[in-house]
Design a protein around this ligand. Structure first.
Ligand code: HEC
Length: 99
């Protein structure tokens, strides 16, 4: 199977009956590949409002992730997890993103 097909099936499975949809904060995160990852990972400690209200460059998001690991005790991300999350944050909450 092609990766996008697997991803498509996974997102159908994930989007049926998960808790994320019931949380009003989930709506603050636009659709995207890492939407659910960001929601679950970041809302473990604080509202994703803190995330959605930021407008940062990729570099600053990268530093923010390091900071969450160092100061907040977030689990370290390997490159495979980190890239899609950075892509997502840069695309939806980048410096150019309108508020
Ligand atoms: C282990 C706990 C933890 C996790 C997980 C976590 N954070 Fe945080 N985060 C914190 C703490 C602690 C603060 C400081 C909160 C405060 O200012 O009240 C914070 C603050 C922030 C801020 C605000 C920074 C500012 O300048 O005010 C942003 C942006 C942020 N986190 C992004 C994220 C993102 C994105 C994720 C998910 C990838 C994430 N955090 C996951 C602990 C965490």
């Amino acid at each position: 199977m092609r990766p996008f097909l697997i991803a498509g099936i996974a997102s159908i499975v994930l989007s049926t009956g998960v808790l994320a949809e019931d949380d009003p904060d989930f709506a603050l995160l636009p659709d995207g590949t890492a939407q659910e990852d960001v929601f679950y990972m970041c809302s473990a400690c604080h509202s994703v409002k803190l995330v959605a209200q930021q407008r940062l460059s990729r570099k600053r998001w990268d530093e923010t992730l390091d900071w969450m690991v160092e100061e907040g005790g977030m689990a370290e991300l390997d490159a495979e997890e980190r890239e899609p999350i950075l892509d997502y944050l840069e695309t939806h909450f980048g410096e150019e993103t309108p508020r």
